[in-house]
Design a protein around this ligand. Structure first.
Ligand code: 1CP
Length: 343
């Protein structure tokens, strides 16, 4: 048995102080991250350089003492490993070549070949497994299939995921074939991360909230369930955190339906609602609005205390409702941690 607090919470234990980590905890709000990224040259070179990727993963652990480290990589590396062109436009974000039909899906590289591109990521995981403090949990991750598909179809982030919805509704066969390719390669990618030393896996379905009704079941819930079932059959003890962001009512029963050990909540739901409707099934993670990392002050303290109190009746991992933004003040992060730990 291990004493790592995050693993205890994920096994369903209610702890006197919730363990804490933060989405995008390695990132542009930290001067040391900006310096290492400059050294790497650009974002993708940073992701594929195990020494520097491990370094930026460790930076927020050294500075703040978070209970978990999340592998520094990106959900869009998998599309790149499947053969998509990927580049980042400074100040704008990621761009990819687009997929618009079955021919585009068929042109993707076979799943068995993804490791040729992704092996530096496994090297980063191995280095982290060696270098992290023994009380710190190492989290590996991937995007969930729908979210990854939205980027592969549109070629960029989209406010309403309209291109992906169009392919889903107008060329169902091509859309389903793409989801299938992403799902099977995500399983192999995550399996390799666990074999390299990841102790927990997180699935980011950042755009799950745009799937309604049966689409939510078919394209958020069922792919997540399948990935979890396959990973659990290979690695029965590795806990999995699912994040169907902005799922609203879809959060209810999501852990039971998918086999996830924990559901991460965004801040479109109140912590009291999350406790009553989601935490009843097990561990939850969340859900402080990331703007408090920019604005700070008494509102940050009050809202942090409210979340800790609301989830104090069951297993809880403290986190933000979404990633911290580049304009955040690191002092506010330190204050949040102090308040969670009783200060
Ligand atoms: O300029 C920079 O330095 C890049 C900013 C950045 C960072 C720090 C990007 C580009 N990705 C990352 C790292 C990252 N991305 C991590 C690693 C570690 C950590 O959390 O500390 C993780 C887990 C992700 C996951 C990720 N990438 C998601 C899912 C989570 C979420 O935020 O919803 C998504 C949607 C992406 C795509 C992506 N990568 C980067 C950006 C700016 C985006 C969003 C693009 C868009 O939708 O417009």
């Amino acid at each position: 048995m291990t004493d790592k607090t995050i693993l205890r919470a994920l096994r369903g234990e209610k702890l006197p102080t919730p363990p804490i980590w933060m989405m995008r905890q390695a990132g542009r709000y930290l001067p040391e991250y900006r310096a290492t990224r400059a050294r790497a040259g650009d974002f993708l070179s940073l992701c594929y350089n195990p020494d520097l990727a491990a370094e930026v993963t460790l930076q927020p652990i050294r500075r703040f003492g978070f209970d978990a480290a999340i592998l520094f990589a990106d959900i869009l590396l998998l599309p790149q490993a499947l053969g998509a062109d990927l580049w980042f436009v400074t100040g704008e974000g990621p761009r990819l070549s687009t997929i618009s039909d079955m021919a585009g899906v068929k042109a993707l590289r076979p799943t068995a070949e993804i490791h040729e591109t992704l092996s530096p990521i496994y090297e980063t995981v191995k280095m982290l497994a060696r270098e992290l403090p023994q009380e710190t949990t190492l989290i590996g991750f991937a995007g969930a299939p729908w979210t990854v598909a939205t980027y592969m179809i549109a070629g960029r982030g989209t406010p309403d995921q309209a291109p992906a919805h169009r392919l889903k509704d107008n060329d169902r066969a091509a859309f389903v074939a793409l989801m299938e390719r992403i799902t099977e390669s995500t399983i192999e990618y995550l399996d390799a991360q666990v074999r390299a030393g990841a102790e927990v896996i997180k699935l980011f379905d950042s755009w799950a909230g745009s799937l309604q009704g049966q689409d939510f079941v078919d394209f958020a819930l069922l792919p997540t369930k399948r990935i979890i079932a396959e990973l659990k059959s290979r690695h029965p003890t590795v806990p999995i955190i699912a994040f169907p962001r902005e799922a609203g009512q879809g959060y209810v029963g999501f852990a039971r339906a998918t086999g996830a050990d924990c559901v991460a909540l965004d801040n479109s739901v109140t912590p009291e609602w999350g406790a009553a409707h989601v935490q009843v099934d097990g561990c939850v993670q969340g859900n402080l609005a990331s703007r408090h990392m920019v604005t700070g002050g008494q509102a940050l303290v009050d809202e942090t205390r409210r979340i800790v109190a609301a989830f104090s009746g069951g297993p809880h991992i403290f986190n933000l409702g979404h990633g911290i933004t580049p304009d955040a003040d690191p002092d506010n992060v330190a204050r949040m941690i102090e308040v969670v730990r009783g200060g």
